[in-house]
Design a protein around this ligand. Sequence first.
Ligand SMILES: *Cc1c(COP(=O)(O)O)cnc(C)c1O
Length: 386
Amino acid sequence: MKPARNLDHISPYLFVQIDAKRDAMRAAGIDVISLAIGDPDMPTPAHIVDAMAEAIRRPANHRYPDYAGSAAFRQAAAAWVQRRFGVPIDPSSETLALIGSKEGIGHLHTAFVNPGDYVLAPAVGYPVYSGGATLMHAQTYYMPMRAETGWLAEFDAVPADIAEQARILFIGYPNNPTGAIAPPEYFDAAIAYAKAHDLLLVHDNAYCEIGFDGYRPPALLERPGAKEVAVEIFSLSKSYNMTGWRIGFAVGNAMAIKALGTVKNNLDSGQFTAIQEAAIVALSGDQSCIAEVCALYQRRRDLVVGALRAIGLECATPKASIYIWARVPQGLSSAEFAEQVLTQAHVIVTPGSGYGPGGEGYVRISLTTPDDRLLEAVRRIEDSMV
Ligand SMILES: *Cc1c(COP(=O)(O)O)cnc(C)c1O
């Protein structure tokens, strides 16, 4: 037998390689601190876990879920978008439950891309934007991103002939991995660009709840005309410490939601209804857990930014997200620096180059590790650099 040819063009998923290195070192008895993965270390808030414990006992939940998500979940998701961003959303035609936002992002390629088409992805970004394109025998054009322009993906730099063959434009702010945020005018320009080139605009808004210093990240759907061209993807993973639960949702353009729904009902059968019930409690219940999560990451952000600068590593102070995007020392590539930090300090950071061609020269540090281990990691990096 032979796997499909497009699998040859997929580089191993960045985090799978990093996990393998970590496991090998740990098996050898080495105390490795991983700052590599954006996976909250704190538990899911108790009221959400309690709702799940109840929901799992209800026999009705043991049967196949609704493909698009339960009506109650879609209503709760739409109501949350209305409350949080002031955008009215129709729960039945403009809302779709996802088995985690990664699933929805990956399947949008199946819904919108033909073999040979182009997908416009940020030159530094979530690997699924381009990986999903490769799996559909499509091509990725990486939009340039630079520190000087605030890491805003430059769709204006896409050559006209590529734009002509493109089907999807992916953006995501607050941004993983750079921690950058986008001003409303940027969203407006992306909407205009998508309209002009007849593209589906996808805004991956996984970090909208995690803002610092009073900043509350907006939704793209707040902008005029967004629904004509865009879907926005939300996730409960980072905001409610629910990465393991696999629950998120897509909202926006009804035609796009319908197309994604068609792909999904041919490939999956929806998320476990009990998980959807717990997610309803997360979205509709007391939101003080969000303030706690923001306070925790803001404190860690300040610890890490301070410690990195003290050892001579440059980084910006992010207004949102759970990442610090730090420049590697002069003369080293991101992969060389990450390798050096791993072998000499037993600390794992992710090389920026793993997020696409625009990430060279940087590493990403995730704040999802307890404070004492974060500081220990920076101390070890400092020792390894002298
Ligand atoms: C974590 C993350 C996701 C995935 O979230 P899930 O809902 O857990 O699949 C999507 N996009 C970005 C940019 C992320 O960092």
